[in-house]
Design a protein around this ligand. Structure first.
Ligand code: PLP
Length: 393
């Protein structure tokens, strides 16, 4: 037989994030690796989705989303970011933020176009660029505040540079981009005539009086910014696959056409649940959500500090990068495996987020877990201190 895989299959590999979950299941450990949020879904979201199913709203929706969800999103961006979003022409609901970014890249990038990504980066961003034949170009950010140098950014630009990806708050670093940083990016993108793809999926997970700012809201940025986000994290509905792109109508139509081609539409009744959540849950709900996660961050970071895995305390999102240089192993994969076998706590090896060697002594933990799961993980981590081996399970 001469049949074989396409040459494209090499471009996308099984995510390290999923691989660690498989290992964790094998040893019956506590999974703080994948960003799977297992907290309760807000009641209005569940009720509205159930009611939509009961009413028989189970067919395809308009390819770019149901009217209630597009309207709720337009209202939200008007209120939160001061953007004049037309629900008819500026909103594309897709299969998660992941689908929205994929379709945006298909619609706006030529093969060979270079796209700047900040390191550490979310591996799906890199893979999405590669799968759509764009070329990721990395610019380093430095702990503890994950700042970058404008000189590095300028050096990354070539005649092929077409776009930049800004993930705020960021996975995995938790960096919340400041207005001053976004203004530098805005000036840079206008000077070099670049698109900005933002990923704002953790917009409601902000700590320590930081503020979430949408790049599209800065002067002169609306036309070149594709604002990407979704409800997976905000409403703990990662399996519902509801995300979106908000942008100028001249880009939205083509992005919507690709979303139609690949996904047809996001699940209709689940869109109705998401729409109800956006319309009905007030600012107090989102403040409480951030406060709840801040507490989880304190507990996990405290435990990591205590056992000598110094955390880089995040300003946003729900991950923490920790220094595992004290653990045995030649690289972060071996160190993460040692940690899993010794304590039963699964993390993601840092090399999934870095091109350089910085990732070799770092792992990432996710704290989007019920309090008792985090407490269990913290107890297990204590065995590093006592030298006692914690039986997994
Ligand atoms: N963007 C970032 C930065 C993420 O960390 C994740 C999930 O971990 C996603 C997007 C996935 O979003 P969605 O479920 O809407 O596709």
């Amino acid at each position: 037989m001469s049949l074989k895989l396409s040459s494209r299959h090499e471009w996308v590999r099984k995510s390290e994030l999923r691989a660690m979950s498989v290992e964790c299941e094998r040893v019956g450990g506590v999974n703080l690796s994948q960003g799977v949020c297992d907290l309760a879904v807000p009641a209005p979201v569940v009720e509205a989705a159930k009611a939509a199913i009961d009413r028989g709203e189970n067919s395809y929706s308009r390819h770019d989303g149901t009217a209630p969800l597009r309207n709720a999103l337009a209202d939200k961006y008007r209120r939160r970011a001061g953007l004049d979003v037309d629900p008819e022409t500026n909103v594309v609901v897709s299969s998660g933020a992941t689908g929205a970014l994929y379709c945006s890249c298909l619609a706006l990038l030529e093969p060979g176009d270079e796209v700047i990504l900040f390191e550490p980066y979310y591996s799906y961003h890199e893979s999405t660029l590669i799968a759509t034949e764009a070329v990721p170009v990395f610019v380093k950010t430095k702990a503890p505040d994950w700042s970058f140098s404008m000189e590095d950014l300028e050096n990354a630009v070539t005649s092929r540079t077409k776009a930049i990806i800004v993930n705020t708050p960021s996975n995995p670093s938790g960096k919340v981009w400041t207005r001053a940083e976004l203004e530098m990016i805005a000036e840079f993108c206008q000077r070099h005539d670049l698109f900005v793809f933002t990923d704002e999926i953790y917009e409601h997970f902000i700590f320590d009086d930081m503020e979430h700012i949408s790049a599209a809201s800065l002067p002169g940025m609306w036309e070149r910014t594709i604002t990407i986000s979704g409800l997976s994290k905000t409403f703990s509905i990662t399996g519902w696959r509801i995300g979106y792109a908000i942008c100028d109508a001249k880009w939205a139509e083509a992005i919507g056409n690709f979303s139609d081609l690949v996904y047809v539409c996001a699940p209709t009744p689940l869109q109705m649940g998401a729409a109800a959540g956006i319309a009905e849950l007030d600012d107090e709900y989102f403040e409480k959500l951030a406060a709840k996660y801040r507490k989880k961050r304190e507990v996990l970071c405290g435990a990591l500090d205590e056992v000598g895995l110094t955390p880089c305390v995040p300003q946003g999102a729900y991950y923490v990068l920790a220094d595992v240089s004290s653990l045995p192993g030649a690289n972060s994969k071996e160190r993460a495996m040692h940690l899993l076998e010794k304590t039963g706590v699964a993390s993601v090896p840092g090399e999934s987020f870095f091109k350089g060697i910085e990732g070799e002594t770092i792992v990432r933990f996710c704290f989007a877990k019920e309090d008792d799961v985090i407490e269990d993980a913290c107890r297990r981590l204590q065995s590093l201190k006592s030298g006692r081996v914690q039986a997994a399970g």
